[in-house]
Design a protein around this ligand. Structure first.
Ligand SMILES: C[S@@+](CC[C@H](N)C(=O)[O-])C[C@H]1O[C@@H](n2cnc3c(N)ncnc32)[C@H](O)[C@@H]1O
Length: 284
């Protein structure tokens, strides 16, 4: 490595940015608007420097030809936006326990499996909120074998989810009785979620834009896919909507984030208006 490259931070040209954005989009579905340029460049510079590469070009060649995917994973972990908190958009969890689950249960025999998939999980607040809702507010929980699966492309957030330690901000919307029941104080103003809840959720790394990852998910009764597709472009959204359609059991439900809508993505789903929320359904 030349001494000058240690001193001067690598420069990301417009053409470099373009090449990188296209590559990253192909791999992850995530689309970077030109307005994201500062955010992206800062992280690219960080990775180029940490890898010891001389410049963007050398780093990018190594990235594309690496065989273990390690640098790509480090990059993904840096580039994703992981904002989340407990009981976010809780009206959909109300709809889950007031309507969706009863409808699903009515089609199954007691004792059968009900599978819920939360993707993206980010640091775990969403799947754990679902688990708390089921335990607290779904009377039939004892009668069915409920599985909660949860996935994200970012391995750092999956580790954090399994560690289960949360800031006061993250648990801010959680009703106090639930905080007392399912968490213990941890260190300075943090909360550790109970081991039982951690064990109740099965976490896995899944890239929603990679059919090799999503095709192992089948017969899912409810998918929560909230605040992921806002980072995708139209084409990747359509691909994701179809992958989730294939993952759902007939009659299974799909919940998107409040600013996301299926209307421009796919016509495969039926829209269902329940008292608490509007959700999508794979026709029976
Ligand atoms: C803003 S968080 C949403 C978390 C949670 N669903 C919620 O609504 O609070 C977005 C998450 O999407 C994940 N993500 C981005 N691209 C992904 C992909 N292609 N496959 C799976 N997860 C992805 C990111 O790692 C990040 O954790």
């Amino acid at each position: 490595m030349k001494a000058a490259s240690v001193l001067a931070p690598p420069v990301i040209s417009d053409a470099d940015f373009q090449k990188f954005a296209e590559f990253f989009h192909r791999k992850t579905g995530i689309h970077f608007e030109p307005a994201k340029r500062y955010f992206v460049d800062k992280r690219l510079v960080e990775r180029i420097q940490a890898s010891g590469a001389e410049n963007f070009r050398a780093w990018f060649v190594a990235l594309r030809f690496e065989t273990d995917g390690a640098e790509m994973q480090r990059l993904v972990n840096l580039m994703t936006v992981n904002e989340t908190y407990f009981f976010r958009e809780a009206y959909q969890f109300d709809c889950l326990v007031n309507n969706m689950l009863d409808e699903i249960a009515a089609r199954k025999r007691p004792g059968s499996r009900i599978r819920i998939w939360s993707i993206p999980s980010s640091t775990g607040e969403e799947p754990y909120s679902i688990a708390i809702y089921l335990l607290e507010r779904w009377a039939k929980i004892e009668q069915y074998d409920v599985e909660i699966l949860s996935s994200d492309i970012d391995t750092a957030v999956l580790q954090a989810a399994q560690r289960g330690v949360y800031s006061a901000r993250s648990v801010g919307q959680l009703p106090k009785p639930y905080l007392k029941k399912y968490f213990t104080p941890h260190g300075n103003d943090e909360w550790r979620i109970s081991r039982d809840l951690v064990d109740a959720v099965e976490f896995s790394r899944v890239n929603m834009s990679d059919a090799a990852d999503t095709r192992r998910f089948r017969d899912i009764d409810v998918i929560f896919c909230r605040n992921l597709l806002i980072y995708f472009d139209d084409l990747s959204r359509r691909v994701a909507a179809e992958a989730m359609f294939d993952a759902l059991a007939p009659g299974g439900f799909m919940c998107l984030g409040h600013s996301e809508s299926m209307s421009r993505m796919s016509s495969l789903y039926t829209m269902r208006r329940f008292p608490d929320a509007l959700v999508y359904q794979r026709p029976l």
